[in-house]
Design a binder for this molecule. Structure first.
Ligand code: ADP
Ligand code: MG
Length: 403
């Protein structure tokens, strides 16, 4: 990792302005259903307190599109943060302005202030320099601990850091951000071999950059999930009523050519679980990849594929997984995804480095109770994909380089 972190700074008596990702899922009543994103910033905040700093937090919640939406106020998040931190959390009713400024200025060491939802201002996503300058005046040090938002060049992820940098103030990564970057860059820089990547999920077009970037680096790349049917269609095989994008087929074909011409080991499923419809009580059967019936849909990788894929995964020293193998949210189609997660857990126990990226893949691993058996489960869906494409994330690029 080539960026400075809060561990590199003298923070006693400083006010730290920190971007966090508190965009947590809520139910119909607005109750937080998963507080992992808040929970995972606690070590960073605690570290800052122990180092003698006061903390001003910036975050966004939902999509208020530049307007004040009362249901999207940070109040609930603030309450949960308070419960997790076991400390009083101040909350301002605006993200910039006289009140916010006064509250930020009076944030003493060991105190924390959470600013109101940044996206109540269109200026946040527009990366407006004036908005950024106002926020920048609330701290002596900029910290970004929001890996999940680092692929966006917004005011709080890039503009504020630019302003503070120009004022000679340090801009560094928080502990959560550092852990994300260390894990992902560790995989790509000098992976222990065999290095296996598993790519699944829905759209080839979303992940083509990742596949293209990984193919030359990995020993084997395994394809699964709905994107398999784009490859099947590209081979002119029947795909029945499988969920896939017809316009992805040429991209899939291009990737197969790339693999063939360079001797890259790109694997497709050899069999599938097909169903008459997408439902718990659907009629299902196992078919060869080239025998999908015209009136059925492919919902998961089949048992033969599971056997081949899991053997390859268990024998790997580095495993990177993005995208479920099937429609895992529906029980009869969860087996392929579960088997991959299990094989990765075994690989971890055998000393392999195992990384899971992607929002739905992370959810699958959690749902299966295997998250703590992976070396790292990334908190940033889109950000981890862009990282794996080899794109430099604007929210990371702007941070101070380690010397
Ligand atoms: P991630 O968020 O991990 O990057 P994606 O968003 O690309 O993954 O894809 C996840 C979704 O793909 C899941 O909701 C899953 O149900 C769906 N999916 C995977 N395989 C299939 C399939 N064969 N048919 C329909 N949906 C599928
Ligand atoms: Mg997803």
């Amino acid at each position: 990792m080539n960026k400075k972190t809060i561990r590199d700074l003298e923070l006693d008596g400083k006010t730290v302005l920190m971007r966090v990702d508190y965009n947590v899922p809520v139910d119909g009543q607005g109750h937080i259903t998963d507080d992992a994103r808040i929970r995972e910033t606690i070590p960073t905040i605690q570290y800052l307190f122990d180092a003698g700093a006061g903390v001003v937090l910036m975050a966004h919640f939902g999509r208020p599109k530049g307007q004040v939406v009362p249901e999207l106020r940070m109040q609930r998040v603030s309450k949960r943060l308070q419960e997790l931190l076991l400390r009083d959390v101040q909350t301002s009713t605006e993200s910039v302005g006289l009140e916010a400024r006064a509250m930020a200025k009076s944030t003493a060491p060991g105190q924390v202030l959470l600013l109101e939802n940044l996206r109540f201002h269109g200026e946040e996503e527009d990366n407006d320099p004036n908005f950024a300058a106002q926020l920048a005046s609330y701290g002596d040090v900029y910290v970004n601990d929001a890996f999940g938002a680092a692929h966006r060049a917004h005011a709080s992820t890039q503009g504020v850091a630019r302003v503070m940098k120009s004022q000679g103030k340090p801009c560094v990564a928080g502990l959560l951000m550092a852990r994300e970057l260390e894990s992902l860059s560790g995989v790509l820089s000098e992976p222990k071999r065999p290095f296996v990547a598993i790519l699944g999920g829905v759209k080839v077009s979303d992940k083509i950059g990742v596949i293209r970037n990984l193919l030359p680096q990995v020993d084997t790349l395994l394809i699964g999930g709905a994107m398999s049917y784009a490859f099947e269609a590209a081979l002119n095989r029947e795909v029945g009523t499988s969920y896939f994008k017809r316009e992805d087929a040429p991209t899939a074909l291009e990737l197969m050519h790339l693999a063939r011409d360079n001797n890259y080991d790109l694997r497709l499923p050899s069999d599938f679980i097909v169903a008459d419809r997408d439902a718990q009580d659907a009629k299902t059967k196992v078919v060869k990849a080239w025998e999908i019936p015209p009136d059925m849909m492919g919902m998961d990788i089949g048992p033969e594929t599971v056997k081949v894929y899991t053997e390859i995964i268990r024998g790997a020293q580095t495993v990177l997984w993005n995208g479920p193998m099937g429609r895992f949210e529906v029980a009869p189609f969860a087996e392929g995804t579960r088997a991959v997660a299990d094989a990765m857990a075994t690989a971890t126990n055998n000393g392999a480095l195992t990384i899971v990226g992607g929002g739905d893949s992370a959810a699958a691993v959690k749902q299966m109770g295997l998250a703590d058996q992976m070396s790292h489960v990334s908190t940033g869906g889109g950000a981890s994909l862009e990282f794996l494409e080899g794109v430099e994330l604007p929210g990371v690029a702007v941070l101070d380089d380690a010397v």
